[in-house]
Design a protein around this ligand. Structure first.
Ligand SMILES: *[C@@H]1O[C@H](CO)[C@@H](O)[C@H](O)[C@H]1NC(C)=O
Ligand SMILES: *[C@@H]1O[C@H](CO)[C@@H](O)[C@H](O)[C@H]1NC(C)=O
Ligand SMILES: *[C@@H]1O[C@H](CO)[C@@H](O)[C@H](O)[C@H]1NC(C)=O
Length: 434
């Protein structure tokens, strides 16, 4: 009896191992690189992967806190390598699925098969969820040595979830789904690390419109022209797990896939902004705290925090004439009276205070938005009186900052503005040396 069990265990383990190692051809990449652009009408950050057989470029909205890759499988999903994930299979468990689709009442196709594992794709732009079949298909991406894109590498059975075309509402033109980087076992960072046996680390470096930013999977170096390794000299802070899911729909007991950090307070020009600090903690229901998001174009603050920040900032800049505010912002200035520096408009710095005396310093390039000629607005928005998360650090505040997420040690490394280091997030050399 014991022998049989041992044999079974061994057989399954080696089967699983060979499935994983199939991803490794003779060439094993050290890291992967994906380009990121910003869509100027939706302000979403977009990336692209090649998926299917024959391969098709699939444009996706980048979702830092997303749980898993999801794509529309109804419109033109043609692939000879698509496999539905069976109910109760190892992949289904890895994805922490809690439900199955027993029967699909249409002709079989990707997204419609009997007895399959199901997950709930989350459109985090419109904050809606649906249910979809979990599938696997080949994905190919470019490897990197940290300086240039290199050889194309493939993950033969990347796990993702199917949605329908209606679920794409709110996403940028041409986008077919969302690329999830969240803290789950089936997010893109987890699957790439498992497929190529590299560190469970990834980094984002976002840019404004008309430029190409980058996501790196795996450890540094991350080299930006003119030859600056931006993975060096990072400030580290613990990533906090919110025990309650922040997804649009979820099963009880699921933790959040979002990345939270322990902001303890806010200073403007070195002065404390008076805040209700209980909003900065995550309570038993998972409410409160500070997370980082690529689907919010600007930082969103709970109303009392927002008002306190706006008032403190206006006080520090009292010498500059205010102008009528322009939505979604609530504090705007006549920019002809504001000087400029290497790190953007010369305005008071905003510090997010972190544990161990660390802080995340936000300079003018990341705090002020040029809304029109001669008008600069503070790029923070009011999130209402009882939002799920008190502070959501949004995309504009992340641009030209490198953020490295280490899933194994649960910590965030951040660079603050790269403009200080004579480089920026558009400076990865995308010329391939493969
Ligand atoms: C699922 O099974 C039912 C009942 O056997 C069958 O009618 C249906 O065509 C099957 N659907 C697919 C997608 O295979
Ligand atoms: C501070 O925030 C907590 C959590 O929302 C709330 O219960 C409490 O009433 C607030 N305190 C004050 C003084 O506003
Ligand atoms: C970018 O990389 C290519 C290929 O390695 C190299 O030939 C080129 O000189 C690099 N560009 C710059 C500006 O360094």
């Amino acid at each position: 009896m014991a022998l049989t069990q041992k044999f079974l265990l061994f057989c399954c383990f080696s089967f699983f191992f060979s499935t994983l190692s199939a991803a490794q051809t003779s060439f094993r990449p050290k890291a992967i690189v994906l380009p990121v652009t910003k869509d100027s009408s939706t302000l979403q950050y977009l990336t692209q992967i090649n998926q299917r057989t024959p391969p098709v470029p699939v444009k996706l909205t980048l979702d830092l806190g997303g749980q898993f890759l999801w794509v529309d499988c109804e419109d033109d999903y043609i692939s000879s390598s698509y496999k539905p994930v069976r109910c109760r299979s190892a992949q289904c468990n890895l994805a922490r699925s809690k439900s199955c689709i027993t029967e699909c009442y249409s002709p079989p196709r990707p997204g419609c098969n009997n007895d399959t594992c199901a997950l709930m794709p989350d459109n985090t732009i419109t904050r809606t969820a649906t249910s979809g079949e979990v599938g696997q298909d080949v994905v190919s991406v470019q490897s990197t040595d940290g300086s240039n894109p290199g050889r194309v590498v493939s993950v033969p059975n990347l796990i993702f979830t199917c949605s329908g075309p209606l679920f794409l509402e709110g996403l940028a033109n041409g986008v077919k789904g969302m690329a999830a980087l969240g803290r789950t076992r089936v997010s893109l960072p987890s699957q790439f690390s498992a497929a190529f046996s590299f560190d469970r680390k990834f980094a984002i470096c976002l840019t404004s419109a008309n430029a190409k930013g980058v996501v790196f999977f795996g450890d540094g170096p991350y080299v930006m022209l003119p030859g600056i390794d931006v993975s060096k000299n990072l400030i580290y802070t613990p990533l906090i797990l919110n025990p309650v899911s922040t997804a649009s729909a979820y099963f009880e007991g699921e933790p959040s896939a979002d990345y939270f950090i322990g902001v303890k307070g806010i200073q403007i020009n070195g002065n404390n902004v008076p805040l209700n600090t209980s909003l900065l903690a995550i309570d038993k229901e998972g409410v409160g705290g500070t997370k980082i998001s690529t689907v919010n174009p600007y930082t969103v603050l709970e109303t009392s925090i927002y008002n306190a920040v706006i008032n403190a900032f206006a006080k520090e800049l009292s010498g500059i004439p205010k102008v009528a505010s322009i939505a979604p912002f609530g504090l705007c200035f006549d920019s002809t009276n504001i000087g400029s520096t290497r790190v953007g408009p010369a305005v008071p710095q905003i510090d997010l205070m972190l544990p161990n005396g660390n802080f995340w310093r936000i300079f003018g390039a990341n705090s002020m938005v040029q809304v029109k000629n001669n008008v600069l607005c503070l790029g923070f928005v009011d999130g209402g009186a009882s939002p799920r998360t008190s502070i959501v650090i949004g995309g504009y505040q992340l641009e030209d900052n490198l953020l490295q997420f280490d899933l194994a040690t649960s910590r965030l490394g951040f660079s603050s503005s790269l403009l200080f280091r004579q480089t920026n997030c558009a400076n990865f050399n995308f010329t391939s040396n493969a």
